[in-house]
Unconditional design. Sequence first.
Length: 387
Amino acid sequence: MKKILFITPWYPTVHQPNNGIFIREHARAAHLAGNKIEVAGVIIQPDKKIFSAALTEYEDEYGIRVSIYELGSKLKFLRDLLYHSYFFQFLLLRKIVAKLQNKGFQPDIVHSNIIYPSGIMGARVAKHLKKPHIITEHWSKTDYFFKNSFFSHAGKNAYRKANAILPVSLFLKNRIQQAVSDLTEDKFKIIGNVIDSEVFYYKEKKIDPNQLKFCAVATWNTKKTPDKYPELFIEALALFQKNCEKDIVLTIIGSGNRLNDLKKLCEERNLKATFTGYLDKTEIARYLQQTDFFVHASRIETFGVSTAEALICGVPVICSNVGALPELVNNSNGILCNNHIDDWVKGLKQLTETKYDRASIAEKMKEKFSAHTIGKAIDEVYEKVLH
C-alpha cells in the first residue's frame, strides 16, 4: 500500500461544505485504488470573527485522515493578507507534516493540489523528505498567477521539478504549457474530476409532450468579470419560447448574491423559472434525472463538473464553447454555442429537435469519470513515479 501525503488549499469544511469537493473526490478515488491517503492543508475561509485559527483533525467515512488548519476572518482584506502570507501557511503545513511523522506516517509520494500555495509548499516538503512530487491542477487562474504573483517564479520551478503534472483538462494543460514553455509532454497526464456515479446516474423518465424542462446549476456570484453567464441562457430561452409550441420551464439550482437579479430578469422576460437555492448532490441529481436539457453559459471552464454531472445522468447539454467544455460536449450529447444570443437561440432549436440516446450518454460519461476510473488513472501515475 502506497502512502500519499495529499496537500491542498481547498477542502470541504463545516463552514464551507462545497469548498474543493472535487479535490476530496480525487483523494477518495486514490484511496479506493488501494492507497493510504493523509490529507493536509491550510484553508482560508470567511468567519464571523475578526480572526480565527484552528487545527481540524478527523477520519472521514472512507477512512481518509484529514488534518487542516482553518484560518478565518470576517474581513476580506485580512483573508487576502492570509492568502498571500505564503511563509505563514508553510509553517502551519510543516507542523501538520511533523505531527503525522511523529505518529509514524512516512509518505512515499507528496501529491499537491493547485500550484499556489500547495504546489510550491509541496515541492519543498517533497525535497525535504526526498520523495517524488506530483501536482494536480484545477485552477482557472494559473495564467493570472504566473503573470502577476510574487511567487510565480517559485511556481514555475515547482512545475519543473515535479515528477508529474495532472491537469484536469487539455485546456488547463495548454495554459500551463503557455506559462512554463519548457515543460516536456511526458510530464503531463490529463486526469479529469470524479463524477459520483452512485449519486448521478441515468434514470428513465416520462416525457411531457407539452413542456420542455431546462436546468442550470452553479454558484451565481457577482465578480468584476463573472465566470458564469446565466443572463445569456435566460435571454436565449426567452427568445426561443416565442416560436416554441411547448411551455418552457427553467430550474436554476445554486446560491450566490446574483439570485435576485436573475429572478428579476426572468420575470421581465416572462420566463417561467424556479430558483431552488443551495441543494446537496443527491437533490441536484434528482432534478437532473427529471429534466429534459441542461444549460450552462460560461466565460471559462477548466473542467465543467456540473456539465459532466448532467451528462452522466443522460441529460443532453447546451453550453458555451469555451475552456474545457468542448472536451465534454459533442454532437452525440449536446450543442456547443458561441457566447452571443443568436447562436444560443439557434442552438436551442437544434438541441430540442435532436433525438439523443440518453442511456448511452450516461454510460460513456461513467466510463470516463467514475471514481474507479479516476482512481486507477491516479494510481498508475503513482506507480510510474515510484518505479
